[in-house]
Write a protein that binds this ligand. Sequence first.
Ligand SMILES: Cc1cc2nc3c(=O)[nH]c(=O)nc-3n(C[C@H](O)[C@H](O)[C@H](O)COP(=O)(O)OP(=O)(O)OC[C@H]3O[C@@H](n4cnc5c(N)ncnc54)[C@H](O)[C@@H]3O)c2cc1C
Length: 240
Amino acid sequence: MDRFRIDVIAATPQPQQVIWVAMHQDYSEVFVADGRDHQPNETKAGELVIKHLLAGNRGHYGPLEYPQITFNVGYFPHSLVQQLRSHRIGVSFDVQSFRYTGQRIVDVATGDRNVEEVFYLRPVGKYNNRQGKKYKYTENQRQADVQWCIKACKRYQERIKEGLAEEQARGLIPFDARQHFVLSCNMRSLMHLLDLRWKRDAQLEAQKFCDLLFRHFEEWSPAIARWYQDNRAKKAHLSP
Ligand SMILES: Cc1cc2nc3c(=O)[nH]c(=O)nc-3n(C[C@H](O)[C@H](O)[C@H](O)COP(=O)(O)OP(=O)(O)OC[C@H]3O[C@@H](n4cnc5c(N)ncnc54)[C@H](O)[C@@H]3O)c2cc1C
């Protein structure tokens, strides 16, 4: 899958138990932290959360806001980062800005770094435009576009040498420079991101991002991820 990469930096342990505890406080007479030794294990908690909160689309998603997960996302094109940052609620970002860094662009110009590590171009293949018209992105076109990226890096290098700040010189490079970022969200906002960006007509790179994100969701919270896959994934439902 290209060079795209998502690693988990931190995640709430036993997320399904955390959700269960929050849900349980709603109808429990006792202070729920006192009974933690008797609470359901992680697997059972997942089953109960699905039964009481999610099954039948009850819309009681608040308890899913407690478990938090933080990812390091790498090598995705700028266009995807722009799209993701429109999701404001429950999601935090820290993104490479190109204001302070630009060495890897200069490295492309000097031949010390592979241009494909710094810029994203789609693979050669058949695509549809937004009006449904099919087209081919050919090897020749792609090669020419690679050269275009290298040329832009050379211009960037020249301007940096002349004393321009990185924040101005960044305007000279092609749009889909690869960016690394840190993204943190709770389980509810994670599902919201998947709802909006994993749709079959979503931008190809957004779908790839969601494929990787979902694998971590499955590892972190197997029961709820399975419920999500069976009930919401790629169905273009509105946000939970
Ligand atoms: C396929 C697609 C294409 C898009 N194209 C463009 C584009 O071309 N240009 C562009 O600028 N944007 C575009 N967007 C972004 C879109 O307009 C929204 O800004 C983005 O999806 C964030 O909305 P959200 O529902 O994720 O809100 P979030 O900020 O993640 O909020 C989560 C939820 O909280 C509620 N909420 C948040 N803020 C408010 C509020 N102010 N008032 C009421 N309820 C609120 C809503 O229920 C919302 O769904 C696109 C989004 C998608 C999915």
